[in-house]
Design a protein around this ligand. Structure first.
Ligand SMILES: [Zn+2]
Length: 358
């Protein structure tokens, strides 16, 4: 049953999301992206708002910040649209806002980054101040993105040795974000990307006049197979207390306990307090494990290499895109069941938590 909520392409996921949202009586909005998808289709970020439109409490679930990680986030959203939990939230005066495909270009083209090789979860910065240096990434960039693909045995060997050497470097770590290499991994960009501007406009339109906003941004690719880590960043004492009260002892407060992800600069949920300054914001990243880390890393290296080699042979492009999809989405029933089961529990905790707030 769980597997039925997962789609095979961005286009299919989008259509099913929109159909289910309309059936559920949601208010649907489209933010059409200027470029086309892999099959020439229109792409965009779509929103569905359910429940009382003027509710003081808003529960946001977003998917696809990292392109094909959206296969899981979209399935979570589709499951929620078909779940009595959505009605329960409405009955308790909570509006539900589903943001489908934050990075529709990457979702359709099977790229974790956006159309400009920007890691959107490093792009929500204040570009008026310099992005912090990442000396750990600097040491390894040349090895991560080699001149040829597939990489040589020598390159692989040197990279593996460097990764062992840098294993203890966490904050910043290799993946914390960097602003020096537009052809690299975890690149933050030089200005707010289309997705950044779109998400901010959605928040301004739908998040004002709320007292409380909870936000789960769904990701995949880090951690043990099928395990959903509830990651919570650096926040005020009051927000941290509230998050722990809602989400329990398995909440990973990344300033205290080591998360599967190093701390990042410019992540998406960080923009909520800027766009909705009057609301109490309780944000979290839900990160599901897929395949072992070296497999994920190799897929991302291929993706970065392709970004710098637009004339690569089509067979190689297809191979790299498939490796990215397979690194962030596991096409197995047990994995899909784990994804949706844990998401439902997290959503229920969020609804219960919001209910207890004034
Ligand atoms: Zn992600």
């Amino acid at each position: 049953m769980s597997a039925a909520f997962f789609s095979a392409t961005y286009g299919e996921a989008r259509q099913r999301f929109l159909d289910a949202a309309r059936r559920a009586g949601a208010t649907v909005q489209h933010h059409v992206h200027p470029l086309k998808g892999a099959a020439g289709e229109e792409i965009g970020t779509d929103t569905a708002l359910l429940g009382p439109a003027d509710a003081a409490k808003l529960f946001i679930v977003s998917s696809g910040t990292h392109g094909p990680e959206g296969f899981s986030g979209s399935a979570c959203q589709l499951a929620l649209l078909n779940d009595e939990l959505a009605k329960r939230a409405a009955d308790r005066g909570i509006a539900l806002l589903l943001i489908h495909a934050v990075n529709p270009f990457g979702f359709s083209h099977l790229k974790r980054t956006n159309e400009d090789n920007i890691d959107l979860n490093r792009n929500f910065n204040d570009f008026a101040t310099p992005y912090p240096d990442n000396p750990v990434y600097e040491q390894i960039h040349g090895l991560l993105v080699p001149a040829q693909w597939p990489p040589s045995a020598d390159n692989e060997e040197q990279l593996n040795a460097a990764m062992v050497r840098l294993a203890g470097q966490r904050n910043p770590g290799v993946s914390s974000g960097q602003n020096k290499h537009s052809d690299g991994l975890f690149y933050c960009g030089t200005a707010p990307a289309w997705s950044n501007r779109t998400i901010r406009s959605i928040l301004r339109a739908q998040g004002t006049n709320r007292r409380h906003i909870a936000w789960i941004d769904v990701h995949t690719g880090l951690g043990p197979y099928g395990h959903g880590e509830k990651i919570f960043g650096r926040h005020s004492e009051e927000t941290t207390r509230r998050a722990k009260a809602w989400w329990g002892a398995d909440l990973i407060v990344s300033t205290v306990t080591e998360s599967v992800s190093p701390r990042t600069v410019g992540h998406i949920t960080g923009c909520a307090p800027e766009e909705c300054p009057d609301a109490a914001i309780t944000p979290t990243t839900l990160e599901y494990g897929t395949v072992p880390n070296p497999v994920v890393r190799r897929a991302l290296r291929g993706e970065a290499w392709l970004a710098g080699h637009p004339d690569a042979p089509e067979a190689l492009v297809r191979e790299v895109r498939k490796s990215v999809r397979d690194a962030f989405f596991v096409d197995a029933d047990d994995w899909k069941g784990m994804i949706l089961g844990q998401f439902r529990s997290y959503a229920l905790q969020t609804i219960n938590g919001l209910t207890t707030e004034e």
